[in-house]
Design a protein around this ligand. Structure first.
Ligand code: G3I
Length: 316
């Protein structure tokens, strides 16, 4: 049988994973990533903190390694991420620069990174996680010092540096229809009305088993109806540990729900799961007592969720 990527290709979508290049020395990790997925997102190595830890000195090796792995294996690359409040370098702190200086610094960063990887990435998460849960703007260094317009500026700078990449805004907890996704919807509509280059919305989908929003598909549809692409960019569905057979079955049904929400809408272009294996998932580090969130377990065995994804893509 083929990998998930073979079924996805036949279904006309991509199936992606987040990759940590530091794990590629582990044969099972590299082989699983290569065999199962045809889209790759750098889990950390294209973030600002990784690329420019010291001001003015870019470190490309990690990001380049991810691109190389993808190219060696015929996978597309999602660039992640240009402007994000988290994982910024230590020198980039609020108040360290004037507003005008910061604007130039952000412009240079977007143009340097998007320019460097032009031709290598099919899409960029230009802005990541700009909203609070209530739909107000997150009080990031960018929002504080540059104001609401930083998102439009970043999109324009990215387009200038890489005219061919699809430009996204990406966020979590925007999978259902709620205050946060309404804010994203209104922002997207307004940006498009102003002619700002926005091509897609990334819905991260860090979900909890049993809590997949019932209006996920309707929510994807309303963004597509604006003329945008939608991608599910960081899917995982966590459960309280230990994982039991019943919980894994329930999780598989949740994966089916998410896959179908995407597959049922033309314009939902693919699904990326946030990691190759439960062994290295970010979830247990952040949500104590939770884990087992991915389709492939810590021993690289396929879980019921894996077979559920395979089935939604037309597999056995
Ligand atoms: O690289 C250091 C290593 O040198 C050190 O020994 C180790 C000790 O803790 O930390 C390592 O850095 C960690 C880094 O991942 C690389 O493994 C950081 O502590 C850790 O905080 C960082 O976590 C990442 C997190 O983003 C940071 O916010 C996760 O791997 C990554 O999966 C996660 O991804 C985010 C997306 O980018 C955006 N959406 C949410 C998603 C989950 O938080």
């Amino acid at each position: 049988a083929g990998g998930l990527r073979d079924y996805a290709a036949a279904a006309g979508v991509h199936i992606g994973t987040a990759l940590s290049e530091g794990r590629l020395g582990e044969t099972a990790y590299a082989n699983t990533a290569a065999n199962e997925f045809n889209a790759i997102t750098a889990e950390n190595s294209m973030k600002w903190e990784s690329l420019e830890p010291t001001r003015g000195s870019y470190q490309w090796a990690g990001g380049d390694r991810v691109v190389q792995f993808a190219q060696d294996n015929g996978a597309i690359v999602r660039g992640h991420t240009l402007v994000w409040h988290s994982q910024t370098p230590p020198w980039l702190t609020p108040g360290a620069f004037s507003n005008a200086e910061l604007r130039t610094i952000v412009q240079n960063h977007v143009q340097t990174v998007a320019g460097r990887y032009a031709g290598d990435v099919y899409a960029w998460d230009v802005v990541n996680e700009p909203f609070n849960e209530d739909g107000t703007r997150r009080n990031s260094i960018f929002q504080q010092q540059l104001g609401d317009g930083y998102i439009a500026d970043a999109l324009r700078w990215a387009r200038a540096a890489d005219p061919n990449a699809a430009l996204y805004i990406n966020d979590y907890n925007i999978e259902g229809i709620n205050a946060k996704s309404n804010a994203m919807y209104n922002l997207a509509r307004d940006l498009l009305a102003q002619g700002v280059p926005l091509d897609g919305i990334g819905m991260q989908a860090h979900l909890i088993a049993g809590q997949v929003p019932s209006d996920f598909q309707a929510n994807i549809q309303r963004f597509v109806d604006l003329g945008l692409d939608v991608a599910i960019t960081e899917l995982d569905i966590r459960m309280q540990l230990p994982a039991t057979a019943d919980k894994l079955q329930a999780q598989a049904a949740d994966y089916t729900r998410v896959m179908n929400a995407c597959l049922n809408v033309d314009g939902c272009i693919g699904v990326t799961v946030w990691g190759v294996t439960d062994k290295y998932s970010w979830v247990p580090d952040v949500f104590s007592g939770y884990g087992a969130a991915l389709p492939i377990d810590e021993n690289y065995a396929f879980k019921p969720a894996y077979y559920a994804v395979q089935r939604t893509l037309g597999g056995p």
